[in-house]
Design a protein around this ligand. Sequence first.
Ligand code: SF4
Length: 306
Amino acid sequence: MGTRPASTPSYRRLSEADFDARVRALWRRYEDCDLCPHDCGVDRTAGETGACGVTDDALVASYFDHHGEESVLRGHSGSGTIFLAGCNLHCVFCQNFDISQRLQGDPVGPEEISEMALELQDRGCHNVNFVTPTHVAPHLAAAVRIAHDRGLKVPIVWNCGGYERVDVLELLDGIVDIYMPDVKWSDSEAAVEYSGAPDYWDRARDALREMHRQVGDLSTDCRGIATDGLLVRHLVMPGHVENTKGVLAFLAEEISQETYVNLMDQYRPHYRARTDSRYEEINRRVRSEEYQEVVAYARELGLRLA
Ligand code: SF4
């Protein structure tokens, strides 16, 4: 992990014309939506919805200074999280299912999102952290554009589920500073069964390559707070040690041994995993020996653990 004395958020390096062109290109995608690999082809500007369930009205569930994120994000003043409702994945164990699947949130435009971002910066947050951003990428890019003009300086965090399209990520090049995909599956059968995404691993691998190409390994400033780069989260699932090892091996061998990884052990069966007998095998917590095994494996690979 590199250390930098100071940082300039990447969107500062885009020309106004380039930034505007990217926002327009993203916004057009609402009309025949292919913002994520589901490629639903619906016209969200006409009120149609695809797999994520959201029209071209972005929904914000909440925004606040979050002190529970990784130390490199929360620092001493918190990470400025903005939670978007809806999701392009349908994880049966989602702990935020009221937001991701039941769409609890208020419709907001780019202007309002930019005001939230600036308010979070004013409160001292070290970054603006868009949670579940993929399906409303046009709104978020437009919001950053507006906020940029009004003095937004902190890094932008793209806190996504890893089920992304490379051509959409390319439009975010220079807008996002820190990519933080929660990489869920290297096991394609599990990806279908538990998250409704048959090509998850192929798409996630391509997305990780593109994210790393854009921002590289995670860098921090002299206070130890992330400035830019790739931060990978992975939720260890009960009974799926090999799935975790597949993700870790790919990161070490094909992305970078310097990849900063948060191996999360906090899985709890929520939502359908708790109530639907079809998911009985994941209706338990991760055993200590399962977690210890994957941590040892990550160390063996030389990855940097959060
Ligand atoms: S963003 Fe939503 S509507 Fe668009 S392709 Fe993805 S799931 Fe479908």
